[in-house]
Write a protein that binds this ligand. Structure first.
Ligand code: PLP
Length: 428
């Protein structure tokens, strides 16, 4: 299901292009899917808010009883701003990181958040900061799979977590510092296939079951996120109903090994939000390059969104379906490269995965003034947008099922861009 073309056209007139538009009903549907997967006793879902940290979305999560995984001090503060409870009992906001940057340690201390540490030295850093509470340890179990290699979150090449063979040393360090290890955590990435998630999580639950007897204070285990969304075939989404059984089974295995009740958590990010947002952009020109000794020519649709808005295709070759409003592919298509406004030759939405080649998309011939939409832009979309080229982030719009629209963030202005600049002297 996609928002009506007529609505997108109206919004383009009102807020200008490019802009992001969220389908509230679809986000609520995805929240309901996750609630159904975690309905069995002892299961708890979090939202990995890095995927899409808008207050509006955080409030939807809070209303649905979804807890938060925050990865920076400011993310945690955004969750607090949206009304999520502070404190570690229950640990509604969990702080996961491999490095305490900026205000992170202060926020953990001030709001008594559960720190989920991904690097051994963080134990001493917590102690030096005066922290006195429980901790969670993020493990790199040595296996896992991201949707591309740079997103691999488990294995020798991953920077995340404490290597599983170093876990006991970390536990002893925590004991010496007076920290109870109350949660064990691993996020092993989604990979593109649901079967892979099943296999990986079953294996992970087995690993946690083997470890848990050595952690008498553990009350929770997190299996991380990574529920896949099918970006390429939008109408063929995997049936995620089987995950309810899988999570309940993982919990059973862990509870049996522990010999006591253990809360099992999941913390998806993308699944909640990926399909619910569309990036709408306008075609400003259509131009050609021509074949020469260096290669083939191409037709470029020059649009006003770029990788400052949606960076996933440029960063790791991610695929987003592209449609041109009012143009039916059944009437004929041709290979089109969709490129943005940035002074950067990599500012192209139609790129391959592993290679850096252009992958022209079969699209109807675009014309100047057409609206083009990039689908499934809700996860790591606006969240990863930047101010490169001083362009300013595009506005975000939220649509309710009754068709009403709300501007949830406005277009950034030159004043926003200049705001952090100062000429304050630094006393040395
Ligand atoms: C610790 C942690 N949890 C959860 C997630 C969410 O993953 P996904 O968006 O694939 O569900 C991530 C993503 O990088 C993560 O690093």
């Amino acid at each position: 299901m996609s928002l009506a073309d007529s609505l997108l056209r109206q919004l383009a007139e009102r807020v200008g292009t490019p802009f992001w538009v969220y389908d509230g009903a679809l986000i609520r549907q995805r929240i309901a899917d996750i609630k159904a997967m975690t309905a069995a006793p002892g299961l708890q879902a979090r939202f990995a808010m890095k995927a899409c940290p808008a207050t509006k979305i955080l409030r939807e999560m809070r209303a649905a009883g979804i807890w938060i995984d925050a990865v920076s001090g400011n993310e945690a503060l955004r969750a607090v701003h949206a009304g999520h409870a502070v404190g570690n009992n229950p640990p509604v906001i969990c702080f996961t990181a491999d490095v305490f940057r900026d205000n992170a340690l202060d926020v953990v201390l001030k709001h008594n958040l559960l720190p989920n540490i991904g690097s051994p030295a963080m134990i001493a850093q917590l102690a030096a900061g005066g922290y006195k509470g429980p901790i969670s340890i993020r493990i790199n179990p040595g296996f896992g799979h991201g949707h591309v290699n740079t997103c691999d979150t488990g294995g020798p090449s991953s920077k995340h977590g404490i290597w599983h063979q170093d876990l006991l040393a970390a536990k002893f360090a925590a004991d010496r510092a007076g920290f109870d290890v109350v949660m064990l955590h691993a996020h092993i990435g989604s990979g593109p296939k649901i079967q892979e998630l099943h296999d990986n999580l079953t294996r992970l639950a087995g690993e946690f079951a083997a470890l848990i007897p050595q952690f008498p204070q553990v009350t929770a285990v997190s299996l991380g996120g990574g529920i896949p969304h099918n970006y390429r075939e939008r109408d063929k989404q995997t049936d995620v109903a089987s995950l309810a059984k899988l999570f309940a089974h993982c919990r059973e295995v862990i509870v049996k090994a522990a010999g006591r009740l253990i809360r099992v958590e999941i913390e998806p990010g993308s699944y909640y939000v990926a399909p619910a947002c569309t990036l709408v952009t306008r075609v400003h020109d259509v131009k050609q390059t021509r074949a020469n000794a260096k290669g083939a020519g191409a037709t470029f649709a020059m649009v006003d969104a770029g990788f400052v808005d949606l960076v996933r295709p440029a960063m790791y070759g991610s695929y987003h379906q592209i449609d041109i409003l009012g143009k039916d592919p059944a009437q004929g298509t041709e290979p089109i490269v969709v490129a943005g406004p940035l002074c950067e030759s990599g500012d192209v939405f139609t790129r391959g995965g592993a290679d850096e080649e252009l992958h022209p998309r079969q699209l109807p011939r675009p014309e100047i003034g057409d609206l083009m939409v990039l689908r499934d832009a809700g996860a790591y979309g606006y969240a990863m947008s930047s101010n490169y080229n001083s362009i300013g982030r595009a506005p975000q719009v939220w649509i309710e099922p009754d068709g009403s629209a709300e501007l949830i963030s406005r277009r950034e202005s030159i004043e926003d861009i200049l705001k952090p600049e100062t000429s304050a002297p630094i006393a040395l």
